[in-house]
Design a binder for this molecule. Structure first.
Ligand SMILES: *Cc1c(COP(=O)(O)O)cnc(C)c1O
Length: 393
């Protein structure tokens, strides 16, 4: 495939493989295994499989391979490995490269399951993890020491939309030879060029913007061929976290419209944030695309966009937030994000319910906080509904 293709062309065509039938759409190779013409071929393939040779769907599959090649081309990495969920990608990237005694530095504001892997799973196996305020470069500098093996962060945090300065943290990590692992879900592969800015390993939950229609769980790890094939693949293929061919087909179809969808959602998110910004019924509106966001300049330099989520705090706490949510109609109450459908989430009682109060306070997860994942509906309908629901409070 051409390396000169621009993003939208890659998203439609990169990685396509056609069978002898020359099918137009990407085929779903819904097969667990592959037939060898003779015993010698089977032996040869187990010694070394060629580019178009597969052994078992847990190791790889033509449909999954198409998706891996397409996202690697988008991300600008040599290779990628598709996983059963975003968490299989996060857990796999970390577990595959770490061993007892290693040290990791991570931002504190993490998706709940990422926090579980870093705080509970890794530490149970003897990996030391230091948590820092991800937005504070001085804190990263103090925590990353010679011998630190990896740093981990979400480039834009959930639900308070704080950015991590990818280039700044990467420089600090690389100075001691630590690998930079970036969970780029909130920032999206369209807006965040994490690899260009220094990340070594980029992970996605493809459940979010990449599927974009709330159909399937999936994940992917993008990195150098060395990391993907020598470090990650042995761990993933033997522990069972590979993506199914059917899911890969859904993700391939999602990718074709990914750029258009992310840009449309971000345009609507910007408009919604600007309308809500002055609203007296809200105590704060968090959106990196607003000049009032403390990291607005970093957001523009790093992403060129405020992204597709808007978070706001309704005066009156939980009761007011619930009244607001219960007055919604087009906007659905759920906890996915990056979906074509606009989704409202109340983090304090759902996604972040289990966090102790002091952690909620530290992360700014207040009782009135609403996270809005802006979808593809007409933005004027969304704004009208948000206004009505705020009036109902
Ligand atoms: C959703 C999400 C994950 C986990 O992905 P799943 O596909 O649900 O396993 C990891 N990190 C972030 C930032 C997420 O939003």
């Amino acid at each position: 495939m051409s390396k000169d293709w621009k993003t939208r062309t890659k998203l439609v065509h990169e990685g396509s493989r056609r069978s002898q039938y020359g099918e137009m759409a990407e085929a779903i190779f819904l097969t667990q295994g592959f037939v060898y013409p003779d015993a010698e071929s089977a032996e040869a393939r187990f010694i070394k499989a060629g580019d178009d040779e597969f052994i078992y769907a847990r190791y790889g599959n033509p449909t999954t391979r198409m998706f891996e090649e397409r996202i690697a081309a988008l991300e600008g990495t040599e290779d990628a490995f598709a996983t059963a969920s975003g968490m299989a990608a996060v857990n796999g990237a970390l577990m595959a490269m770490l061993r007892a005694g290693d040290h990791v530095v991570s931002s504190r504001a993490l998706f709940g399951s990422c926090l579980y892997v870093l705080e509970e799973v890794l530490q149970r196996f003897g990996v030391k993890v230091t948590f820092v305020d991800g937005a504070d470069l001085a804190a990263w500098k103090a925590a990353v020491v010679p011998g630190t093996k990896a740093v981990f962060f979400e480039s834009m945090s959930n639900p308070t939309l704080e950015l991590v300065d990818i280039r700044g943290v990467s420089d600090i990590a690389h100075a001691v030879g630590a690998l930079v692992i970036c969970d780029n879900v909130f920032a999206t592969p369209i807006f965040s060029r994490a690899v260009e800015q220094g990340a070594d390993v980029v992970v996605y939950s493809t459940t979010k913007h990449i599927d974009g229609q709330g159909r399937a769980l999936g994940g992917v790890v993008c990195a150098s061929r060395e990391f993907i094939r020598k470090t990650l693949e042995p761990y993933m293929k033997h522990t069972g976290g590979s993506m199914s061919p059917f899911t890969a087909w859904i993700m391939l179809n999602g990718m074709a419209t990914l750029d258009l969808r992310c840009r449309a959602m971000a345009t609507s998110a910007q408009k919604i944030a600007e309308v809500l910004a002055g609203d007296a019924r809200l105590s704060r509106v968090i959106f990196p695309g607003l000049a009032s966001h403390p990291q607005h300049a970093l957001a523009m330099a790093q992403m060129g966009s405020g992204g597709t989520l808007v978070t706001f705090d309704i005066k009156g706490g939980k009761e007011a937030a619930f009244r607001f949510m219960n007055a919604l109609d087009i906007i659905k109450i759920s906890n996915n994000l990056g979906d074509a459908k606009t989704i409202a989430t109340h983090p304090a009682t759902t996604t972040h319910q289990r966090l102790p109060q002091d952690q909620k306070d530290l992360l700014g997860i207040t009782p009135g906080l609403i996270r809005l994942s802006v979808g593809l509906e007409d933005v004027d309908d969304l704004i009208a509904e948000l206004q009505d629901a705020l009036s109902a409070v």
